[in-house]
Design a protein around this ligand. Structure first.
Ligand SMILES: CC(C)(COP(=O)(O)OP(=O)(O)OC[C@H]1O[C@@H](n2cnc3c(N)ncnc32)[C@H](O)[C@@H]1OP(=O)(O)O)[C@@H](O)C(=O)NCCC(=O)NCCS
Length: 194
């Protein structure tokens, strides 16, 4: 499966992404992705986790889908997850991590989010997607606002980041509110990069 966007494509997570996971999980992106966590992951633990995921997938019945985010030139820059997928309620939780900080703030994550939302609503027939972030994460908050997610809940003082406690903000979007990938690209004025 390959979801083709303007700035990025979402593709199956292959060896190229696996090889970068150790760098990404020990880099700055992990601090934001893990809401303030500063963990160290050995090569062995990353490989064990990859093996576990592969075994889980092979067994079937997983409740998550992971996709690689790559630039239009084919450079792997991060991953996007649809987790906690519930076929009865038709809901899923989103999670994104661009592991290469040079690619933050340039619209790549938003293009990935739009592709994932379109996939969730128009292909998987989900009726709701949601995601949570710490209040310190201004890039995600800005993304949620511009893409039209609703702030649905706040859990106070949930995350410790650099010695300060931050709220957990929970955002959601319903399928009925989703205008479609092309309409969102138009609305946001996302442009192909030269
Ligand atoms: C979260 C993430 C996927 C977003 O992708 P991205 O490509 O950086 O996001 P975009 O550039 O599409 O949008 C970010 C917006 O935040 C804005 N922004 C960036 N830095 C900002 C700052 N310091 N203050 C306010 N806004 C800021 C950008 O200008 C942009 O808004 P704009 O389009 O109106 O200019 C990416 O930043 C990332 O992987 N970060 C590290 C991991 C992480 O935070 N994961 C999510 C955990 S919930």
């Amino acid at each position: 499966m390959r979801l083709e966007g303007l700035l990025v494509d979402l593709v199956p997570i292959d060896k190229r992404f696996d090889e970068l996971e150790h760098k990404w999980e020990n880099g700055e992106a992990a601090f934001w992705g893990d809401a303030g966590g500063r963990n160290f992951f050995s090569h062995a633990s990353v490989e064990a986790h990859q093996k576990e995921r592969a075994e889980e997938r092979a067994k079937g019945g997983t409740t998550w889908v992971g996709l690689g985010i790559q630039t239009k030139a084919g450079q792997p820059i991060g991953v996007f997850f649809l987790g906690n997928m519930n076929p009865y309620h038709r809901t899923a939780m989103f999670g994104a991590q661009i592991g290469e900080p040079d690619y933050w703030g340039g619209g790549y994550g938003t293009d990935a989010l739009l592709l994932a939302a379109d996939y969730a609503f128009n292909w998987l027939d989900l009726r709701k997607v949601w995601l949570g972030t710490m209040r310190l994460n201004v890039r995600v908050i800005r993304q949620m606002e511009k893409v039209g997610f609703t702030l649905e809940g706040t859990q106070r003082g949930m995350f410790l980041a650099e010695g300060v406690w931050y709220d957990h903000l929970m955002y959601g979007m319903l399928a009925d509110d989703w205008p479609g990938y092309a309409a969102m690209i138009d609305k946001l004025g996302l442009k192909v990069r030269p």
